[in-house]
Write a protein that binds this ligand. Structure first.
Ligand code: B12
Length: 360
């Protein structure tokens, strides 16, 4: 935000809720809320420990300016609030269905899309959700003169799950995902840094300002940090012990990190755990009882956005061919999907590992 834009603009939480209720559904937003800045994040010290111990596993963007990630007003002193949004990408994971992809149990002739994490079977959320948020913000500019906002999803220096928790979206699961009690964790998060000075907004909220379930949902009386109780299904199921028993994740052991983010070879010790998966990992979400419940609840909530359904770029292709995919074909097919992130050499690497595992 520049000097000119630094003037804060007042509004009430109620006005914002009314606006979200009108504009949210139009732009495919499932949850919307807001957090006043600066905010005290519930797991600030856990993030600092994670960085200090380099549990990021070479995710250099996470290690850069960690203090700014904890407090966005360091970089933008004039920012007054962060709007928070969620968009579902799946209805959940079927009961007791260890994703064949993730579990590595997929037979050699399984469709290869079954070997890709659910979040990556359609178009890229960095475009879809970001555009939804931007469209909604354009509407809000019309309503509130002087309103300024910068939207991002995933890539901005924000601990998005922490803000989503403060905004009343759900709780932080042992699988480290933000879990909504009825929608599960199959949702993307996005935020917008703004100059809105919002009155009537508790620091920690028990429900979002807008929810796709609004009329059907009873708001919880209090918002607890984690509702996993004694369940350890995700920790037990993770084949590489990436989820820590005390909470949080060691990304140096996460299959999702190896198959999406990391360049170079997957360490030998982790290759068998990749099974038949070629991109991402869903095990810790697939085994989560909250996601199995979400699957059962899907009949009474609107469909997930069509952009996240499997598209043409995921047309059938045998793994042997995919292991040799040319850079050009990769670019042509995957440019608009999350698979773009791992580059052609990353995809070839992942497919070869999967083929090696399936051969055994
Ligand atoms: C880096 C990153 C990764 C890394 C590291 C994951 C991680 N858990 O940190 C890797 C590449 C492994 C990854 C994988 C995935 N990611 Co990711 N990732 C991010 C990113 C960019 C930052 C996350 C971060 O801040 N990590 C920091 C460390 C400290 O987090 P942590 O160890 O989990 O600890 C935090 C909490 O768990 C909690 N905590 C820690 N210990 C304890 C203990 C207790 C008792 C409690 C209550 C809480 C608690 O406090 C910490 C601070 O918030 C965010 C986007 C963003 N800007 O926020 C997306 C994000 C978290 N990822 C997302 C997704 C979809 C995924 C995958 C599902 C993709 C896939 N299918 O392969 C997997 C899920 C793996 C998993 N279980 O996390 C979504 C999650 C949406 C949701 N519903 O929560 C996000 C929000 C992106 C988005 N904009 O939608 N991701």
């Amino acid at each position: 935000m520049s000097e000119r834009e630094s003037v804060s603009v007042p509004c009430t939480a109620q006005e914002l809720a009314g606006f979200f209720a009108l504009s949210g559904p139009e732009h495919g937003i499932d949850l919307a809320g807001a957090v006043s800045l600066p905010a005290s994040l519930p797991n600030e010290s856990r993030f600092s420990t994670w960085i200090a111990e380099r549990r990021d596993g070479n995710l250099d963007y996470m290690v850069r300016n960690p203090e700014q990630r904890l407090d966005p007003t360091i970089r933008n002193p004039e920012a007054k609030s962060l709007l928070v949004f969620a968009q579902r990408y799946t209805d959940g994971w079927p009961a007791h269905h260890r994703d064949p992809v993730a579990g590595g149990q997929a037979p050699i002739d399984a469709p290869w899309t079954d070997r890709v994490s659910r979040y990556a079977r359609g178009l890229d959320y960095h475009d879809v959700l970001l555009n939804s948020i931007r469209d909604l913000l354009k509407d809000l500019v019309q309503e509130i003169p002087g309103f300024v906002a910068y939207a991002s999803t995933d890539t901005g220096p924000y601990l998005e799950r922490e803000y989503a928790w403060l905004a009343g979206f759900g709780f932080l699961g042992k699988n480290t995902c933000l879990i909504h009690e009825r929608l599960g964790s199959g949702m993307f998060l996005g935020v917008a840094l703004t100059n809105l000075e919002i009155s009537g907004l508790p620091e920690q909220q028990t429900e979002p300002l807008y929810s796709v379930l609004r009329r059907r949902e009873e708001a919880p009386a209090t918002r607890i940090l984690s509702a996993c109780g004694r369940c350890t299904a995700c920790i037990d199921a993770c084949p590489t012990d990436a989820l820590l028993p005390e909470g949080g994740m060691d990304a140096r052991r996460c299959l999702s990190n190896f198959t999406i983010e990391q360049q170079g070879q997957t360490p030998e010790e982790f290759k068998p755990a990749q099974g038949g998966t070629v991109f991402g990992c869903d095990i810790c979400q697939a085994v989560c009882p909250w996601n199995q419940k979400a699957e059962r609840a899907r009949h009474d909530i609107p469909e997930v956005r069509h952009e996240y359904a499997t598209g043409e770029e995921h047309a059938e292709l045998d793994l042997a061919r995919l292991a040799e995919i040319t850079d050009e074909e990769f670019r042509r097919r995957f440019r608009r999907t999350p698979i773009w992130r791992c580059h052609p050499e990353g995809l070839r690497r992942n497919v070869r590992t999967a083929l090696g595992n399936l051969d055994k």
